[in-house]
Design a protein around this ligand. Structure first.
Ligand code: ADP
Ligand code: MG
Length: 237
């Protein structure tokens, strides 16, 4: 589904952290929000999922204005850097949780959990508890839980930050594979330009609450609009 922020503004106290941001993500696209720590990436993501109220502007899911729709009534899937799995539940129950909340029947839940567990390659782990899983496996569970109810948009906030270098490489291509297989619209927040370039269709570079350039990875690398972008993309003049 197409997602659009129009003139999005967010203030904390008297400080405007984001001012009049416009951003559109095409249906089925994976877009990176890339920028240094503190530039407003997570704030933008929190507005899309509804954790934060917007102080100005509109948010559209398809043609629907969801600006005032509370978080729990938005159909979004979220993965944070700490996977936030429910420790007392087994993996099956973790993945099934969003479906139980919306009161799907048991047969539907069984089928959907099985299907998504196969998609993320963890069908043999459904009886385990989160603590018995590796970091990469836990992240697959978090992805499964985010995707199981077929959300309008998948939001990933630094999902690879807690993984060691080898797993990070593996999960980069795994997340991209799963995103393409499901055709879901996705936003990846990261401060790592290699991650953004290798995983996403387009990159929005942010600096101090503004999008300073939005383009494909190749174009961004070859034609940076400013020294800031060039430096950030690792291709300074
Ligand atoms: P990023 O995810 O790009 O590292 P954030 O979106 O978390 O950045 O933060 C953007 C700016 O907003 C930072 O200056 C941060 O200190 C500020 N900020 C974020 N959340 C809050 C909050 N709850 N209260 C006050 N300031 C905040
Ligand atoms: Mg952040």
């Amino acid at each position: 589904m197409r997602i659009a922020l129009e003139n999005f503004t967010k203030t904390f106290g008297d400080t405007a952290v984001i001012e009049n941001m416009n951003l559109e993500i095409a249906s089925g696209e994976m877009l990176a929000l890339l920028g240094p720590s503190g530039c407003g990436k997570s704030t933008t993501l929190f507005a899309v999922c509804g954790i934060h109220r917007m102080d100005g502007g509109r948010l559209l899911f398809g043609d629907k204005d969801v600006t005032s729709v509370p978080s729990q009534n938005r159909n979004v899937g979220v993965v944070f850097q700490n996977y936030a799995l429910y420790p007392h539940m087994n993996i099956y129950e973790n993945i099934a949780f969003p479906l139980k909340i919306r009161k799907d029947n048991k047969k539907t839940i069984d089928e959907k959990v099985q299907e998504i567990a196969e998609l993320v390659h963890i069908p043999e782990l459904l009886d385990r508890k989160p603590i018995q899983l590796s970091g990469g496996q836990q992240q697959r569970v978090a992805l499964a839980r985010a995707l199981v109810r077929e959300p309008d948009v998948l939001l990933l906030d630094e999902p690879l930050a807690n993984l060691d270098a080898k797993l990070r490489l593996e999960m980069r291509s795994e997340i991209r594979r799963i995103q393409q297989k499901t055709g879901i619209t996705a936003i990846l927040v990261t401060h790592d330009q290699v991650e953004a370039m290798s995983m996403c269709d387009r990159i929005a570079i942010m600096d101090k609450g503004q999008i300073v350039q939005l383009s494909t990875p190749k174009d961004m690398y070859e034609n940076p609009a400013s020294e800031f972008v060039a430096g950030f993309m690792g291709n300074p003049p």
